[in-house]
Design a protein around this ligand. Structure first.
Ligand code: NDP
Ligand code: GDR
Length: 361
């Protein structure tokens, strides 16, 4: 019998990679997608199967992490072997604008799923993965961070994820459920949302290269992150649910770069010669022709920042056989190439007299 997985957040970056990965493994995949006024399945359209086709292996359900009844009904209908809770209001900066909604979705959402599992008596059958985050470490207490480094969340997003982390541990300990936290450090890809810093950079620089955009506005370019590839990380999400006993794991590359390093690496891929001047809010970067192509916009600074994250994934390496396959350089290259291609498409559209709208944060 094929295994059945239920993925919340299937329309997001990780959801798309994980759905593809599980379908390749022979799973039947059910996904929860939000109702939107436009189609919102762009990332999984290549996996989409016409609902009129019999024997479908990818099935989407309308739902929302804020709606307990809806989640319980979907779970009852699907009877999943594995649940991957990837849905979240995942933007740290936006969580300062929407703290209550973030708590409801990212914190209570996990509880709603766990409680539905318990009420439906799925505790013995179903395994649960919670998308926990390196943002839990926030103001870091030790470096590099491991599973035992104390948490100090620095945003409404991270505080909500802290609740989700502990409620997952609590349901595991209280009810013997197979429930795991993956404490994943930043992971990126061409499918990354356009307002996260890496994708914002690769997209903007590709457009600047083709003359579709003048300038990239950033916030704290000195922030340090441990960036990996989403494709590698979803495999670990799956592996965590294939172990004999449930446990929590850090997933990270163990290499750290600043936002400024990322900008430089992306510029190099595009043969843009960047020259930086100044620091902090006064930093700018010019291209080979002396045009200012990167500026700082104080709007992008957060009320409380996470300055530096670096993961130590030794436990995952030893127990799950974790080896990140994609290097930082390969990640940047793949993202730049994908964004250059879509900028070329926009350029073509513009040349033919159609509007190519610019979303420049
Ligand atoms: P994305 O922002 O790309 O995807 C989030 C998904 O959640 C989307 O499918 C979104 O739907 C859905 N969603 C948002 N709010 C709700 C809601 N109220 N009800 C149901 N669905 C909702 O995130 P990623 O794929 O990058 O990340 C996946 C998970 O991993 C998230 O929980 C994130 O917080 C966590 N994480 C991510 C890391 C990273 O570096 N990417 C690192 C550590 C943790 P829609 O498409 O309609 O917006
Ligand atoms: P992060 O990712 O907050 O780490 O959360 P993001 O890419 O948003 O920021 C990384 C760092 O870059 C700095 N930065 C900017 N960030 C954005 N978005 N836009 C800018 O213009 C900009 N300029 C500088 C930020 O201040 C920050 O220090 C991501 C999300 O995927 C979370 O859901 C996940 O839990 C964590 O990664 C691990």
């Amino acid at each position: 019998m094929a295994k059945v997985a239920l993925i919340t957040g299937i329309t997001g970056q990780d959801g798309a990679y994980l759905a593809g990965f599980l379908l390749d493994k022979g799973y039947t995949v059910h996904g929860v997608k939000r109702r939107a006024s436009l189609f919102n399945t762009e990332r999984i359209d290549h996996l989409y199967q016409d609902p009129h086709v019999a024997e479908r292996r990818l099935i989407l359900h309308h739902g929302d992490l804020t709606d307990s009844g809806n989640l319980t009904r979907i779970m009852q209908e699907v009877q999943p072997d594995e649940i991957y809770n990837l849905a979240a209001m995942s933007h740290v900066a936006v969580s300062f604008d929407m703290p209550e909604y973030t708590a409801n979705t990212d914190g209570l959402g996990a509880l709603r799923l766990l409680e539905a599992m318990r009420m439906l008596g799925l505790g013995d059958k179903t395994r649960f993965y919670q998308a926990s985050s390196s943002e839990l470490y926030g103001m870091v207490q030790a470096s590099p961070q491991t599973e035992s480094t104390p948490f100090y969340p620095r945003s409404p997003y991270a505080v909500a994820k802290l609740y989700a982390y502990w409620i997952t541990v609590n349901y595991r300990e209280a009810y013997g459920m197979y429930a795991c936290n993956g404490i994943l450090f930043n992971h990126e890809s061409p499918l990354r949302g356009e307002t996260f810093v890496t994708r914002k950079v690769t997209r903007a620089l590709a457009r600047i290269k083709l003359g579709l955009q003048d300038c990239l506005y950033l916030g704290n370019i000195d922030a340090l992150r441990d960036w990996g590839h989403a494709r590698d990380y979803v495999e670990m999400q799956w592996l965590m649910l294939q172990q004999e006993r449930p446990d929590d794991f850090v997933i990270a590359t163990g290499a750290q770069h600043s936002v400024r390093d990322f900008v430089d690496a992306a510029a190099r891929e595009l043969d843009i010669e960047l020259a930086w001047r100044g620091s902090g809010v006064d930093a700018t970067a010019t291209d080979g022709r002396g045009r200012v192509v990167v500026r700082i916009d104080p709007r992008h600074f957060r009320p409380t920042e996470v300055d530096s994250l670096l993961g130590d994934a030794r436990k995952a390496r030893e127990r799950l056989g974790w080896v990140p396959k994609t290097t930082f350089a390969d990640l940047v290259c793949e993202m730049v190439r994908a964004d250059l291609r879509s900028a070329e498409r926009d350029e073509l559209v513009k040349q033919h007299g159609f509007d190519a709208y610019e979303h420049n944060e």
